[in-house]
Design a protein around this ligand. Sequence first.
Ligand code: 13P
Ligand code: SF4
Length: 367
Amino acid sequence: MNLLEGLQASNTIPKKYLAMTNAELEERAVCVKNRLGKKLFIPGHHYQKDEVIQFSDATGDSLKLAQVAAENTEAEFIVFCGVHFMAETADILTTVKQKVYLPDMRAGCSMADMADIYQTNRAWTKLQELFGDTIIPLTYVNSTAAIKAFVGENGGATVTSSNAEKMVSWAFTKKERLLFLPDQHLGRNTAYNLGVPLEQMAIWDPAKNELVYEGVIEDIKVILWKGHCSVHENFTVNNVEQVRKQYPYMKIIVHPECSREVVAAADLAGSTNYIIDVIENAEPGSAFAIGTEMNLVNRIMKEHPDKEIISLNPYMCACLTMNRIDLPHFVWCLESIEDNFERNRIIVEEPIASNAKIALDRMLELS
Ligand code: 13P
Ligand code: SF4
């Protein structure tokens, strides 16, 4: 067996896990959790499937999960139920003795994949030529560790959808302009809410390595990386209009990864945690159309039978990469840990880890 085959074999789930019933898998998960006790810690993002989230020790949005990872110094094994960039963040924020695992290495994020470090370095060189030392980089946590490290090295910070306004305001106290990676929508929505006119925002196109802007470039305040979330892009102004027509009494609440047009047409916009809080605090009988990932919307519906809740897009699906973490992969990961098999371990190497930590710490201090 060559190296590649060896790697593939070690990453292919044994058939026995796929043949097990959910009841059997659940029983195995409970047994490993009981045996490992506090040595095991399982953070789970709100977009995870119910079959996995039921075993999580902490649930949250990306900010909360970064905070709990930083606070937990006790667990030796951290099984991260979320996507790759979140597990990288956990590895960066935990101690060298703690080991982070991702139950399925295919659980990536299409948005994070829209910016790589080579494109970013290339863009930075060109932007420095155009604007000199007037730009601070900010990156949404939905990005690779290498991009977080680039941001840390260049005086910037990470951002989540829960603290984006705070972080963008902070960035403007440091420099005249900002480069926001990799989600153009979160960047645009946040800067707009803080009073930056759309005419002062440019797009950076990484495929063409060029700035897209129609005015005088000295007017630019925000440079938005041309990336997006392939899940939240599926909410449209047409969806908003349909809901307004069919359910005029409903409040429309969306995640800021939706486009500017959708956010402007909605009643409320905010992070995953914000959406959960608004619905939890609403009066019984209130009605909402939600524009975010479907595993979360289904869970909110189940947890609030006293409220009328629908998805803003009736044909919406779950985030496919979040869904890679299913019960068979989760149990396989837990049992591999007990067998001392370092499968699917996430390790961020130096100096990337230290530089990325600078960017993450700046955010955590301000959050
Ligand atoms: P938050 O967890 O910050 O709300 O972001 C949603 C998301 O897309 C996670 O990948
Ligand atoms: Fe990435 Fe969008 Fe999925 Fe979040 S919902 S993990 S941003 S693809």
